[in-house]
Design a protein around this ligand. Structure first.
Ligand code: EPU
Length: 350
């Protein structure tokens, strides 16, 4: 049983010891946290920083827990971010600037925009996780990344307690990358994120699967909502629902290789799945590599590789993070041997 250490004036939740993190990660891995608390307001965070042990303990911020694989007890103060609130910051003739608390559920925020007819984020429907996780790794799907609409975020600097604003260019967004995953890793807690959504919005339906889904539904002039519904359908058909089967979405990144390497591979594997990204490089579908290597649908007791999308590793219930990590290492080694490409994990290992 977790026990209460202390409470503060603003703290709605006490700091507890040895709290199981199972409900707080979409992989459903059961490890305890040394210390655990919730925060619903920035003031609570600032007050938490005054806790005498704050400075000395490692800190781990959890939003939706949708991009982490726990492989051991978390020797840290785990802070569950529940900072909420959606606001129209301003509006001009061309756009709306809409902000959301970092602890808002991402999909609910996307639905808020869609239901108000603010277009831009519809291709990012149903991505698990929180608003704060979006800029951490520049989430993306079906031809859109958050960096396309991101304006700024406010983040609490843990060392000083100051709130710093980062604009789009400050975040150094790349493919599933940002400054918060690299240079500033662990230094900030994202509090609030703002997106500028254009009033003259052009839908992005170029992605093959979206076109097919719209055709299937016989929709010629799709609305923002139609595109969102199509994306939801596609995701539901390919990706396991983390409420039913533990998973963290794509476990690996799609590797970026030289076009020379693509040509080499194509001569051996003519149906290679890849997308050119500039005149020198292409992104190879890691799911295709893993699938071709025979891993798709493989099950090892209570964990394995998902049957519809080889990029997704799954916990059917009761698996340990270490086992899933070992499986990922075996996949990396085997893909390296067959294709000469080293896959990188997208998920944070903790
Ligand atoms: N493929 C296979 N076998 C598989 C999986 C994929 O042959 O088991 C082939 C597909 O047939 C297709 C290609 O690989 O030709 C690409 O597959 P898909 O369109 O499903 O997309 P992905 O490249 O596997 C990426 C993102 C997803 C995002 C989709 C759609 C990464 C690491 N993943 O997956 O993001 O939803 O595109 O845009 O970039 C996530 O990050 O968690 C995530 C789910």
């Amino acid at each position: 049983m977790p026990f209460i250490l202390t409470t503060f004036e603003y703290m709605l939740e006490p700091i507890v010891e040895n709290q199981s993190l199972k409900p707080y990660n979409t992989f459903g891995i059961d490890v305890p946290a040394k210390f655990f608390t919730h925060v619903k307001k920035t003031e609570q965070l600032q007050e938490l920083m005054e806790w005498k042990r704050f400075r000395d303990e490692n800190k781990l911020i959890l939003g939706g827990g949708s991009n982490v694989l726990f492989t051991q007890k978390q020797n840290a103060l785990v802070i569950l971010n529940e900072i909420k609130g959606i606001n129209i910051e301003n509006e001009d003739e061309n756009s709306w600037l809409i902000s959301a608390g970092s602890g808002e559920n991402w999909h609910e925020f996307v639905l808020f925009c869609i239901n108000n007819n603010y277009g831009g984020l519809e291709n990012l429907s149903l991505i698990p996780g929180s608003v704060g996780a979006g800029p951490m790794q520049n989430i993306g799907a079906y031809g859109v990344e958050i960096k396309d609409y991101f304006e700024w975020l406010d983040a609490l600097h843990l060392a000083t307690g100051e709130i710093h604003r980062f604009y789009n260019k400050d975040c150094h967004f790349g493919y599933r990358e940002s400054i918060f995953k690299n240079k500033h890793k662990g230094e900030y807690i994202i509090l609030k994120v703002a997106y500028r959504l254009p009033k003259k919005h052009k839908l992005n339906t170029g992605y093959g699967a979206i076109q097919q889904e719209l055709e299937r539904l016989q929709i010629d002039n799709p609305t923002i909502k139609d595109v969102s519904n199509a994306v939801i359908k596609i995701r539901q058909s390919k990706l396991p629902d983390p409420n039913k089967i533990g998973n963290s979405g794509s476990f690996f990144k799609n590797p970026i290789v030289s076009n020379q390497k693509v040509e080499e591979l194509k001569s051996k594997f003519p149906n290679l799945a890849y997308y050119p990204i500039d005149d020198k490089h292409s992104k190879i579908a890691a799911g295709w590599l893993i699938d071709q290597d025979g891993w798709k649908g493989k099950t090892f007791g209570n964990y394995g590789v998902h049957k519809n999308q080889a990029l997704v590793l799954v916990n059917y219930g009761g698996a340990e993070g270490k086992q899933i990590l070992e499986l990922s290492t075996k996949i990396i080694d085997s893909v390296k041997q067959k294709f000469g490409i080293t896959l990188e994990r997208e998920v944070n290992i903790s």
